[in-house]
Design a protein around this ligand. Structure first.
Ligand code: HEM
Length: 83
């Protein structure tokens, strides 16, 4: 169902850096990528490189053509905020 997006600080994002609890930010949006890990065509290991981090640059380097917004819509948690 629908959820209320939260604001996520970089500190909070950093805490979610394990395969059991992986968050990542892309283009200012924070996603819980835990459930997607095993479905990633590039493998779990590659995707884990952006766990607990802002993965925008890495993502753009590997496949700028992939629509993360659309693909991870249901995994969206909130927005990355400064501070
Ligand atoms: C392939 C999605 C993050 C590395 C792919 C493909 C999709 C995808 C759909 C297949 C693309 C195609 O064949 O045209 C995603 C999503 C991500 C994500 C939704 C974010 C949640 C990353 C990150 C990395 C990465 C952060 C690198 C650190 C790769 C690589 C492939 C790939 C290397 C190529 C695999 C191959 O063709 O053998 N990813 N990806 N991905 N991804 Fe990702």
């Amino acid at each position: 169902g629908h959820m209320i997006p939260i604001r996520v600080t970089l500190d909070e994002l950093k805490r979610h850096n394990t395969p059991e609890d992986a968050w990542s930010a892309f283009n200012g949006k924070v996603y819980n990528i835990t459930e997607y890990l095993r479905f990633h065509p590039g493998g779990e290991k590659e995707l884990m490189r952006c766990a607990g981090r802002d993965g925008t640059k890495l993502f753009m380097l590997t496949h700028a053509w992939v629509n993360v917004d659309y693909m991870l819509d249901t995994c969206m948690i909130g927005f990355l905020t400064p501070g």
